[in-house]
Design a protein around this ligand. Structure first.
Ligand code: FES
Length: 74
């Protein structure tokens, strides 16, 4: 499986970079137009979900995250 990188933009989207295949709930792939990077909405306000359309700025989305560890799988 190819490695991808996901970066949490301050007060904004998840920037996903790599060999991408993004699918809807039915398993249908989104056409990404050859992109190797997309911005996925995490504020919930985009009119073009799952992609970010910049609405996070309009709604004043406030979320800056820093790294933490998940608990081990039990
Ligand atoms: S994160 Fe950009 S529109 Fe939601």
């Amino acid at each position: 499986m190819a490695k991808c990188e996901i970066k949490c933009a301050p007060n904004g989207p998840l920037i996903v970079r790599g060999d991408l295949e993004l699918k809807d709930a039915a398993g249908n792939p989104f056409g990404l137009g050859g992109r190797s990077q997309v911005a996925l909405c995490r504020c919930g306000a985009s009119e073009n979900k799952p992609f970010c359309d910049g609405a996070h700025k309009r709604v004043g989305f406030d979320s800056t995250v820093t790294c933490s560890d998940l608990p081990p799988i039990s």
